[in-house]
Design a protein around this ligand. Structure first.
Ligand code: HEM
Length: 260
């Protein structure tokens, strides 16, 4: 990949200074960090939605990430390390995205004006990506900070209590909408930008990509909201016992055993 960049940078531009390689490098880092975050979010959705298979399934996924099945004991700091890596990627990606934001209100108004006149769908998609990206700065940071500092507070009851009794659900509704639109548009734009799946007819490929993008967004939103609904329901039922940790069914003592 660097050979292309090197070739462009080494070109002889008659009336200009030798071009810097940095804008192209930063673009590449932004694409790579966005792709990694997008793929991470697919995994995240699968892990978090394990609650739909039952509390024991989600408990097992949680304990897996705490190293319980490797070390025979939970080490929640492992989760903190993973969160710290994702958080760093998130900050790098957001910092690089700053370059793409309209600089001031006038520039923003001009852009909106052009967007309305042109009615070009990809331009509108770009606007929504910037808008949802801006929202993610705040919404994503709150969630990641909590995960970083309370890695031991993840589990069927622990998560459900946070979602319902600790009032995280309104934030999660907004975060889910923002991340699914942002990620869907982002992955679509990456595919167009780097010419993936473009085939012999780029226009037809772009239309097809757009259909796939919408299908993915709808599937993830439906799965995400169903998952959120499941945590809310468990949270409401568990509210009287707020703070109690989940014990998997096979470790729960039968009532007669408990009274012995
Ligand atoms: C390694 C980093 C992350 C971990 C360990 C993590 C963990 C979790 C967990 C355990 C939940 C269930 C609810 C709860 O316990 O509060 C959750 C929900 C959620 N997370 Fe994350 N998360 C991470 C990163 C992210 C990122 C980067 C985003 C988006 C920017 C995100 C968006 C969401 C959303 C929207 C929900 C709730 C909606 C749903 O149920 O699908 N998470 N996360």
């Amino acid at each position: 990949m660097s050979t292309n960049l090197d070739a462009i940078a080494a070109m002889d531009f008659p009336h200009h200074e030798r071009k810097s390689r940095w804008p192209a490098r930063l673009d590449l880092i932004q694409s790579a960090s966005g792709l990694s975050l997008g793929l991470f979010m697919w995994g995240h959705m699968v892990f978090v939605s394990s609650i739909l298979l039952g509390s024991d399934a989600m408990w097992t996924v949680t304990k897996f990430f705490e190293g319980y099945f490797f070390f025979g004991k939970s080490h929640p700091w492992i989760v903190s390390v993973v969160v710290a890596m994702i958080f760093t990627l998130f900050i790098v990606h957001a910092f690089l995205a700053l370059r793409k934001f309209p600089i001031n209100y006038r520039e923003y108004r001009n852009f909106r004006g052009h967007m309305k006149v042109m009615q070009h769908e990809d331009t509108s998609l770009w606007f929504w990506q910037v808008f949802t990206g801006f929202a993610l700065f705040f919404l994503g940071s709150v969630h990641l900070y909590i995960m970083l500092t309370h890695p031991d507070g993840i589990g069927p009851y622990e998560s459900a209590d946070r979602v319902w009794t600790d009032y995280m659900w309104p934030l999660y509704i907004l975060l889910l909408l923002a991340v699914e639109f942002h990620g869907g548009i982002g992955l679509y734009r990456l595919a167009v930008k780097w010419g993936w799946f473009s085939g012999s007819d780029p226009n037809a490929a772009r239309k097809q990509l757009k259909r796939v993008k919408w299908a993915i967004t709808v599937v993830f939103l439906v799965l995400g909201f169903t998952t959120l609904g499941a945590y809310i329901k468990i949270g409401i039922d568990h509210a009287p016992n707020y703070g109690e940790r989940y014990v998997p069914t096979w470790q729960q003592k039968a009532p007669q055993e408990q009274s012995r």
